[in-house]
Design a binder for this molecule. Structure first.
Ligand SMILES: [Zn+2]
Length: 56
């Protein structure tokens, strides 16, 4: 069972641009790739990550 968390995103520009999303699952494979120094909380007005949607 995936664990929801507060929204987070990376401050680093992502390629391709559709990767500019926010995550709300700690176990998100894409979210796990965010390095601690690039990790920011909140949605940044971005759409939600598709991988996170699958975990609902
Ligand atoms: Zn995600």
């Amino acid at each position: 069972m995936a664990t929801k968390c507060d929204p987070y995103h990376t401050t680093r520009p992502e390629e391709p641009p559709e990767r500019n999303v926010y995550h709300n699952y700690k176990d998100c494979p894409a979210g796990k790739h965010i390095k601690p120094e690039h990790l920011a909380s909140g949605t940044a007005g971005r759409p939600r990550c598709d991988d996170c949607k699958k975990m609902d």
